[in-house]
Design a protein around this ligand. Structure first.
Ligand code: GLN
Length: 388
């Protein structure tokens, strides 16, 4: 029998991020590849979810999200950003931000339309656009990971349906400034395009920076689709709890796609997140900057000392590091070597670029790990120079 698979899958490779986790496990390395915490999630959420299972909240939730979760999230959006979110009309709960991005693109982009993606980019955005038969238009950030607005303007056209904006940014650690966001917003309005934001690191910003949701900028409320998740905020990446805030008519289309893709996110886990959103005080969210900031302040100098060139992350929990002074190997071989020989697993940089050559000198490290583990990783990385 001749096996047939759809053309849309032919360009896909296995997720490099998840492949590195497997390689790391095989070699017993310290896994700084896939961005997930190795420490405990808040008891409030765990107890909330466990109680929901015992209370038999075990059947389908409302397809666009349990009312309690939507109500609690809407209240927090108001506290955090002064955003008025109607839980009945604006909010959809999905299986992680991953499904959220897919459902949004399927709901708003027609085949052949263009979606602008900054580069380097989180590896899902390319396949996401391909799956809805859209054309990704990549706009490289500068060497400092800033936006080149001439290039950005040149990327917009009457075919542009949307731009994906991820701040705080994975993998660069950039936090786009208000000025940068405003310039993007002006282009969206001029070309009648949507901003689809990925704000999953919204509470992880350093040095006193505050997150600015695109939806709060003038003229952007109705043309922004705000995606976030519980994963990073509450260290529950395995729960797959994503959220979408969008104009009611957009939400209507998004909810239909979401319904047919998944029916809904796990009902008892939605109760768990709702419990967290209801009960955790503002200091919990404010404290995330200190928790992750301490990790950054331990790990970033260690990378510099080890001979990597990198920019200090302003937010999120990744560092994209240039290893040119340490090795001539291409990024994937260097990442494999580091995993096998040094015992620290990063992600090869090429997985964040559509042209792999652009990431050949880079690897990404995730530092959302206990300080003890990061110290151990630092001790290993400082030996790299002597080993190559
Ligand atoms: N967002 C995380 C990362 O970039 C997890 C990726 C994934 O496995 N979906 O590492």
């Amino acid at each position: 029998m001749k096996i047939h698979t759809a053309r849309r899958t032919h360009g896909f490779t296995e997720s490099v991020i998840r492949m590195m986790t497997r390689l790391s496990n095989e070699h017993g390395a310290i896994n700084l590849s896939q961005g997930f915490p190795d420490f405990e999630s808040p008891d409030t959420l765990k107890i909330g979810a466990a109680r929901a299972i015992y209370d038999d909240v075990n059947q389908y939730a409302i397809t666009w999200g349990a009312k309690r979760y939507r109500d609690a999230l809407a209240a927090r959006y108001h506290d955090w950003y002064g955003l008025d979110v109607d839980p009945e009309a604006h909010l959809t709960i999905t299986c992680g931000a991953t499904e959220a991005m897919m459902a949004v693109l399927l709901a708003i982009v027609d085949p052949g339309e263009e979606v602008i993606v900054f580069e380097p980019f989180y590896e899902n955005y390319g396949p996401d656009t391909t799956l809805c038969d859209a054309t990704p238009v990549f706009v490289p950030l500068t060497a400092e990971w800033r936006i080149d607005f001439d290039r950005l303007r040149a990327a917009f056209s009457d075919r542009t349906r949307a731009i994906i904006v991820n701040t705080p940014n994975n993998p660069t650690g950039r936090v786009f400034t208000r000025d940068e966001l405003e310039k993007i917003a002006i282009l969206c309005q001029e070309f009648d395009a949507y901003a689809i934001t990925d704000e999953v690191y919204e509470h992880i910003l350093y040095d006193g920076a505050r997150h600015i949701p695109m939806a709060t900028l003038p003229g952007m409320r109705d043309r922004t689709i705000t995606i976030s998740a519980a994963s990073k905020t509450f260290a529950v990446t395995g729960w797959r709890m994503g959220t979408i805030v969008a104009h009611p008519e957009l939400s209507d289309a998004i909810r239909k796609v979401h319904d047919f893709l998944t029916v809904g996110a796990a009902a008892p886990l939605q109760e768990g997140v709702a419990t967290g959103l209801e009960m955790l005080p503002p200091s919990y969210y404010e404290g995330l900057a200190d928790v992750y900031g301490a990790k950054r302040d331990l790990f970033y100098p260690a990378l510099v000392e080890a001979g990597f060139h990198c920019r200090k992350p302003e937010g999120a929990y990744y560092v994209l590091a240039d290893f040119s002074d340490l090795s001539d190997l291409p990024d994937d071989e260097f990442a494999f070597w580091l995993t096998r020989t040094v015992g620290v697993a990063p992600v090869p940089g090429s997985s964040f670029f559509h042209n792999p050559e652009d990431g050949r000198r880079l690897v990404r490290f995730a530092f959302c790990k206990t300080e003890a583990l990061l110290e151990q990783a630092a001790e290993r990385l400082v030996t790299v120079r002597a080993r190559v």
